[in-house]
Design a binder for this molecule. Structure first.
Ligand SMILES: [Fe+2]
Length: 232
């Protein structure tokens, strides 16, 4: 069973389409969405619709709820692009999911607002808290939100970050996570984790933003797409 998990598309259509071409090569059985289809970039209806047509399991991210729930008045640009029906869908997404893969119980969420922002350099005590909830203990956590892919093995279990499709920090390729294993199986069996690091036309993504004078924080987004440096 091949499952690609991805998130943080953030309205970046060239990055999303580059990832789509990668998926056509990999031919995964399922694609799962780990939050933040929208916000930051200029092509939000397109990346929202891409998630809805490609992903069979979804959790929402902080930007999905912030825009879908009209939390911030300065997000009117995104409301206009998306319309009520898409925003209602974003706001209705579950905050977390779980799955049993090759004998390990994995907790899946975006990051914020379920947890504080978790990053690769955080100490193991902070990261370890994500494994233990009122629903019991998990042996793995898979999430997005920090916009950098990583894999760590803690005493609590594996903690794995998908990276970001459309707003990568560090290396500014489109990233996602391929997991190969036995879905819905309690039997211990091998698992494969592969980081997908897909080049795309970053300048084309910046140019789409530069043509849109109404995009909030446009220069920050353009700089992030071109350099991989957080700019807001
Ligand atoms: Fe994000």
């Amino acid at each position: 069973m091949k499952i690609v998990m991805l998130g943080d598309l953030h309205g970046n259509l060239p990055a999303t389409l580059a990832m789509e071409r990668m998926l056509e090569q990999i031919q995964p059985d399922e694609v799962w969405f780990l939050g933040d289809a929208v916000g930051k970039g200029p092509s939000n209806a397109e990346t929202c619709d891409w998630v809805r047509s490609h992903c069979t399991l979804c959790v929402g991210g902080n930007w999905d709820y912030g825009i879908g729930g009209k939390e911030f008045p300065e997000d009117g640009y995104f409301w206009n692009q998306l319309g009520e029906e898409r925003m209602n869908w974003l706001n209705s997404l579950p905050r977390e999911q779980e799955v049993l893969l090759s004998g390990i119980r994995f907790r899946l969420f975006h990051g914020r607002p379920v947890t504080p922002l978790l990053q690769v350099q955080d100490d193991k005590e902070k990261l370890g808290q994500a494994f233990h909830t009122e629903k019991g203990n998990f042996g793995g956590v898979i999430f997005a939100d920090s916009h950098r892919p990583f894999f760590r093995s803690l005493h609590d279990g594996y903690i794995v970050n998908t990276g970001s499709v459309g707003n990568s920090m560090g290396v500014n390729r489109a990233h996602a996570l391929l997991v190969e294993g036995e879905k819905d199986s309690a039997r211990p069996a091998p698992l494969l984790f592969t980081i997908l690091a897909v080049p795309y036309d970053n300048q084309a993504a910046a140019d789409i933003a530069l043509m849109d004078d109404a995009l909030p924080h446009r220069d920050a987004y353009v700089n992030e797409v071109l350099t991989g440096r957080y700019s807001r």
